[in-house]
Ligand binder design. Sequence first.
Ligand SMILES: Nc1nc2c(ncn2[C@@H]2O[C@H](COP(=O)(O)OP(=O)(O)OP(=O)(O)O)[C@@H](O)[C@H]2O)c(=O)[nH]1
Ligand SMILES: [Mg+2]
Length: 383
Amino acid sequence: MGGGGAITPTSAPSSPSCSLKSLSPEFAEYVAVSPVSDDDVESDECFVCDDDDTVGTFRYEYDNRQLREAKELIRRYKPGDWIEGAGGAKAEDYALPEITTLLLVGPRGAGKSTLVNRITRVFDKDDDPFAPDRAQVSCNSKSSGTIVLREYPVPRNSNAICIYDTCGWSSNPVKNSMMLHQWMTKGISHGEIATWDIDEGKMIRDIKPLGRQYSFLHCRTRKVNFVIFVVDGVSVLESIDGNKKGYTEILHETFMSPFLSIGDDKPVIVVTHGDRLSIQQRAHVQNALAVLLGIPVQQIYDIPGYDNYQTDMAILDMLRYCVQHAEQNLPLKLNYLLEVRGRETLNNMAEQLMRLDAVIEATIIFLCMVILLFRFSDKFLQS
Ligand SMILES: Nc1nc2c(ncn2[C@@H]2O[C@H](COP(=O)(O)OP(=O)(O)OP(=O)(O)O)[C@@H](O)[C@H]2O)c(=O)[nH]1
Ligand SMILES: [Mg+2]
């Protein structure tokens, strides 16, 4: 039965999107042909690797280069850069967001705040290796978890991409649905207090202002451009292979909410806690989620609690996926639509006039012919 059974940790992590169990074709080509130097200078020299150490060195260099390129792609990105343009529209015809906003949602303790820290860490490794974590992680059930919505630019100080960490779901799907609907339709703002429980919410509102002046005033409201749906892989496994069906039921019910989709695009799934599962169990969880939620397995990112190349690549892949899909669904500017519509209407009117013109001309010719015919027939009768 798949990878189910007892939960066992593994020391050999992998990510579906970037695992390199055997040499990929690009890597094989790279090893056979390209020399590696620090500045990636190309030359015509050929290298043929015949021992494991050399292959290991090339693989390390290759991985490093891939990671660097993937990070650069995210660092260079500006809203509008990845718009493909359709129906004759160009990037400047779209209503670009000030900053591309990604929303993290998921059950309580799924690892949303941890994911914020992990994403930040990928970039901090180059910028500031000793920078502290940003998001407050809850260490046990006594913690109330995230309550205040917070905006985290990625990388730190970026003005192109930001991630919003939110509170975990309640056990009541109706309340989840209401809160998610509000975020997706009205937008979200940094510092907003969010909780599912009305009584708890009132209590928090009374306490929090002690530490924060003017808490009733929020920062700028952001429209959500894409959603990241975070789930705990261990709870999913326990739910699909055990009796605790509630976890996957609530995942399914919430995931299917139409307002979580941006256009036709459903959220990406991030599976956490993979470091507590074996590789088979992780694959089993991903396949089960793909079937349960009706999405391709490539839309599910395995991001375990390891600090290694595979995890960093999976994070960067996931960010790229989100931003690309966010850009594909940006709305067109109103004045562009009006201009296009106006131009189309004018063209239609001109076409109709031309058609009318032809009809009038044909009628006049016909009438002239009739008059001539009458005249000739009169003369003929008189003679
Ligand atoms: N082993 C392991 N632990 C994780 C992982 N991700 C998160 N955790 C732990 O899970 C617990 C909850 O993590 P959080 O990041 O606070 O979860 P959250 O989704 O933000 O929780 P709420 O804010 O309450 O909704 C913490 O103890 C984390 O250390 C993971 O990938 N592996
Ligand atoms: Mg949290």
